[in-house]
Design a protein around this ligand. Sequence first.
Ligand code: CP3
Length: 346
Amino acid sequence: MADASLLQELRGVRSATPSVWFMRQAGRSLPEYRALREGTTMLDSCVRPDMAAEITVQPVRRHRVDAGIFFSDIVVPARQAGLGVEIRPGVGPVFDHPVRTAADIDALPVLGDDYEAALDPIREAVRLTVAELGTTPLIGFAGAPFTVASYMVEGGPSRDHLRTRALMRSDPEAWSRLAAWVAELSGRFLRAQVLAGASAVQLFDSWVGALGEEQYRTHVQPHSAAALARVADLPVPRIHFGVGASHLLTPMLEAGATAMGVDHRMRLDRALEILPEGTPVQGNIDPAVLFTSEQARFAEARSVLEAGATASGHVVNLGHGVAPDTDPQVLTDLVSFLHEQDVRPA
Ligand code: CP3
């Protein structure tokens, strides 16, 4: 069977019709999600295979996007490894015990057979999802070492990630052990999803834009590379994405990605000038246009298609995730609009 065109784009083979999915397409913008989640915590819903599968499929059914993104969270692996963590609505992930000292890092659980077994519900959820999706590909994902470690060090969401960046500079050896632990945690989570049937992966380094290039290359890139290396022997495209990370596009690609996610702060044609020729890109409709007129939304969509026209492959996405108060009909209409466009070179 031929690969779905979204996977082809990620491999550098263009189609006449754009392929599209949205980061955070599942979740609170959908009434059917809110109904299903009623009475179950976010993290519990991630380890109930039937629920995780159904939530993953909901936006594909409704919006006709060209891929599902596995319903989970970047902190699910930490929880399956035994750390105390919850997701507070309106706040984000919060850890019971922040990991701040060398002693805290030494006390992290060993990632042995217990961790492998704790990933069973994830494998089961992926299998159920893939069966339900049919020919629509499933994208697996994980959080990158910097972003996940930042939640662990800060204890919760943070604006400037000061404690994390200070640890990196004051005790680079301890930082390196923490980042290596997260790389194994996230890398094995990615691998479990691919072996269970996911056809592509995305590594989210959402907050890495807080770092300069030198800090990134020294303290983060080797660990992101270790996470991606865990799936490098498998035949799936590897997308790497960060927010406000336009200055890190090249080092993030060099961490072992095969395609780059670009946020809405940089036009795709500019990103393509920076990246090596032939790099497939993903992005980058500004999520703010979802709250404007249809005319403005379609104009932005067309502008993104134009900016990506010379790429070897382009998967349309938002520049960051769908906000919870987005009108779902706006997303459905945007997908139909994109699917009516012809992007064959003139
Ligand atoms: O499309 C999808 O919904 C896929 C599943 C997905 C979730 N989180 C579900 C989720 C994915 C890919 C993520 C990744 C994630 N989680 C990232 C990286 C992507 C990004 O947005 O930059 C980050 C930084 C997190 C951490 C996190 N988890 C935050 C900041 C929040 C929001 C907290 C809030 O309430 O504002 C979460 C919770 C979360 N993850 C929700 C969902 C659907 C909302 C939970 C709810 O329904 O209450």
